[in-house]
Structure formats: structure tokens, C-alpha cells
Design a protein around this ligand. Structure first.
Ligand SMILES: *[C@@H]1O[C@H](CO)[C@@H](O)[C@H](O)[C@H]1NC(C)=O
Ligand SMILES: *[C@@H]1O[C@H](CO)[C@@H](O)[C@H](O)[C@H]1NC(C)=O
Ligand SMILES: *[C@@H]1O[C@H](CO)[C@@H](O)[C@H](O)[C@H]1NC(C)=O
Length: 232
């Protein structure tokens, strides 16, 4: 019995993971179909940019405020280089989308799964209180299991077909995340502080990418659907 059950689960998972090539619906009538079309085209744009393999992140220096036990603050300077993001091509609709009563506003949520930023770092911690200064380097990765964008899109009726027009609002939030830091050394008393700092800085990179770069591709998807509809 156990064995049968696990096979069923596997088959379901494989079906869900199939590429979504033929999902585009020419005359969408429901909120889900409208948002699926947009997600599908945006994921295609992401693929055309090569971001389905990885998207580079600009090298950057971050100042991380670190709090010690007594809550006093110091700044750790972290340099992250050769960082790249994976997972962006998993963009799709999350949960049910909806249309308002007069069908002028589409409300829904898009999600990227297992968005991961990986990079090398060097960090310099000036020391605070009894904690000594430290210079460390290594590699780091941060994965957000679900990176959401809550979106509202203006919709118009074009010759009896619902056509998305533009993004009215767009809010990014992230679900459960995990950071993985190497190079801190054994028994580094500062590990929790470093780890929390990296986690915050890298999650910010992922959220910013969803806020800016991914949003641009969603908007391009909307504009191309709009252009196509008006040329029919
Ligand atoms: C990435 O997307 C492009 C364009 O759709 C495609 O040609 C390429 O095979 C994709 N690469 C991977 C690894 O999926
Ligand atoms: C926290 O920082 C303050 C100010 O630098 C220092 O006086 C205190 O000893 C530090 N506490 C610990 C536990 O390091
Ligand atoms: C964490 O990083 C180490 C070293 O790079 C790697 O071997 C390990 O698989 C990583 N773990 C996770 C959960 O990413």
C-alpha cells in the first residue's frame, strides 16, 4: 500500500513540473487564465535573457548594522562578489486570481520558487564590546523558498476580450528563507551575528530583483499581450 501511494505522489509531482509551453490561452475569460498568460510570457522573457540559467548581480558593498547582546550597534562591511541568482524562470501564478465586478482590475499573486543568490564575500567586522574585530571570507548562499509579488493589473475589454493594460500595484514579500555561509571558521562566537547579517543583505538582493528586474519582465509581458490584442 505504501508503495502504491508513493508512486501516485511521484506521478503527480512530475505532471506539475512539466514545461508550460501550451498553456497560453488566446481568449482568456477567467482571472486565472489572464494571470497565467502574463506569467507565462514573463517567464519566457526571463528565459530569453538567460536568467533561467542565472542572472548576475552587481558586485556590491553592504554595510550591515550588527547588534550585540546589549543591543549596541556596529557596522560590518561586507563585500559580495561574483554573485548570481537562480530560480527566476519558475515564475508563475500562486493561488487563485480574481477580477473586480466591472472587470477592470485583476488581482493576484505571482511567485518564484527557490530563488537563490550565491556569491563570494569578504567581510570586515570592527569589533564591539568584548567581541574582537574579524576579517573573514568565504562563500555564501541564500534561498527564499517562495518569493511573492502581489499584483493588481488594470484590465480593459477590447472587442469582447479581456486584455491586461498596465500594473497598478506591485508588492514583494518573501516566505521562508535559509542562508548558508562558509568561511566563518570553527567555534566563531560571532557566527549568529554574521549569519543574520548575510541573511538580511542577501534576502534584500532577492527582493530587490523581484521588485525591479522581474517586474520589468512582467510589464513587458503585459505590453506585448496588449499590442497583440490591438493588432487583431
Ligand atoms: C533558457 O531559455 C532559453 C530561451 O527560452 C532556452 O533556449 C534555453 O534552453 C533555456 N535554458 C535552460 C537551461 O532551461
Ligand atoms: C556590546 O557593546 C557595548 C558597546 O560597545 C559594550 O559595552 C558591551 O560590552 C557589548 N556587549 C557584549 C556582550 O559584547
Ligand atoms: C552549504 O554550503 C556547503 C559548502 O559550499 C555545501 O556543501 C552545502 O551543500 C550547502 N548546503 C545547502 C543546504 O545549501
Amino acid at each position: 500500500m505504501m508503495r502504491t501511494a508513493s508512486i501516485v505522489v511521484m506521478v503527480t509531482a512530475m505532471a506539475a513540473a512539466l514545461p508550460s509551453e501550451d498553456r497560453y490561452i488566446d481568449k482568456p475569460t477567467t482571472a486565472n487564465q489572464l494571470l497565467d498568460n502574463i506569467a507565462e510570457k514573463a517567464a519566457e522573457n526571463i528565459g530569453n535573457l538567460g536568467w533561467n540559467v542565472s542572472k548576475n548581480v552587481q558586485n556590491g558593498e553592504t554595510n550591515l548594522p550588527m547588534h550585540n547582546d546589549t543591543n549596541s550597534v556596529t557596522n560590518e562591511v561586507v563585500d559580495v562578489i561574483n554573485a548570481f541568482i537562480t530560480g527566476l524562470d519558475s515564475l508563475r501564478r500562486s493561488k487563485k486570481a480574481s477580477l473586480n465586478a466591472d472587470q477592470t482590475e485583476l488581482t493576484g499573486t505571482l511567485v518564484v520558487e527557490d530563488a537563490t543568490v550565491t556569491g563570494s564575500y569578504s567581510a570586515s567586522f570592527p569589533g564591539v564590546g568584548v567581541a574582537p574585530s574579524q576579517d573573514i571570507q568565504g562563500s555564501v548562499s541564500e534561498t527564499v523558498q517562495k518569493l511573492f509579488a502581489d499584483i493588481v493589473i488594470r484590465v480593459a475589454d477590447v472587442n469582447g476580450v479581456l486584455v491586461p493594460q498596465n500594473i497598478q500595484s506591485y508588492q514583494v514579500r518573501s516566505g521562508h528563507d535559509e542562508v548558508n555561509v562558509s568561511g566563518l571558521g570553527e567555534n566563531n562566537a560571532m557566527e549568529p551575528l554574521h549569519t543574520a547579517g548575510f541573511r538580511k543583505a542577501l534576502r534584500q538582493i532577492l527582493e530587490d530583483t523581484m521588485k525591479k528586474n522581474v517586474k520589468v519582465q512582467i510589464n513587458k509581458a503585459i505590453q506585448s499581450i496588449k499590442t497583440e490584442a490591438s493588432s487583431k
